[in-house]
Design a protein around this ligand. Structure first.
Ligand code: 5RP
Length: 224
């Protein structure tokens, strides 16, 4: 199967996962990226069965509205029963690297407000150790050089993602050559650098369920 077919398969599986639990007043948390987009497109068929969604990016909000799905402000919703989103890497504990699409901060906020985080990913995203994919760090623009120097001290090779401004008006540094043995500890250390808004490690709050698209079918995994 192609990677696109695997993404389609996990999007369909996520819809099956939430469908029996949808209520008329449910507001869903929706992620960002090509896998999340496939889920949004499928969710359109159920739009009369739930109230709407909170989006983790302007791009996803626009796509949801395009399907006639109402988009709510997170502050007016509180918690969401499900957050459905892709990932750039996932390990056996369902710790993730996210933010390849630059939406990491809003993704982390919506995930924090979710009762259940369902991660949807094709098999290429599964890793034994996080860090092959460059870890994104969102920074306040004036702090970019300072944060980069601190990242070097932690062993990373930081590269400014030129030309990218996040939905929050900030910039992104990608950490290359940065294998991560302790995702929970590293997430906290990165957050403690002044000027860091968020980092793309989702370990303190990882996924609760992983729907992983493989050639043998969609595997449903929970944290080890
Ligand atoms: C965006 C993300 C995405 O979930 C991640 O980049 C995976 O994207 P895709 O589904 O296109 O492979 O974190 O910020």
């Amino acid at each position: 199967m192609t990677q696109d077919e695997l993404k389609d398969a996990v999007a369909a599986a996520a819809l099956d996962e939430i469908r029996p639990r949808l209520e008329r007043d449910s507001v869903l948390g929706i992620g960002t990226g090509s896998t999340a987009n496939r889920f949004i497109d499928r969710l359109a068929a159920l739009r009369d069965d739930f109230a709407g969604a909170v989006a983790s990016s302007e791009a996803s909000a626009e796509r949801l509205r395009g399907h006639g799905i109402e988009v709510f402000e997170l502050n007016s919703v509180g918690t969401v029963p499900f957050y459905i989103d892709g990932a750039d890497e996932v390990n056996a504990h369902l710790h993730l690297i996210k933010g390849g699409g630059g939406a990491l901060t809003r993704e982390k906020i919506v995930a924090a407000c979710a009762e259940r985080f369902i991660c949807i990913a094709d098999a290429s995203k599964r890793v034994a150790r996080l860090g092959e994919f460059p870890l994104p760090v969102e920074v306040i623009p004036m702090a970019r050089s300072y944060v980069a120097r601190e990242l070097v001290k932690l062993g990373a090779d930081p590269v400014y993602r030129e030309g990218v401004v996040t939905d929050n008006g900030n910039q992104i540094i990608d950490c290359y050559d940065f294998p991560i043995d302790d995702p929970v500890g590293m997430e906290a250390r990165l957050n403690a650098i002044v000027g860091v808004v968020t980092n793309g490690l989702f370990a303190a709050r990882g996924a609760d369920v992983l729907l992983l698209g493989t050639d043998g079918g969609v595997e449903r995994l929970t944290p080890q």
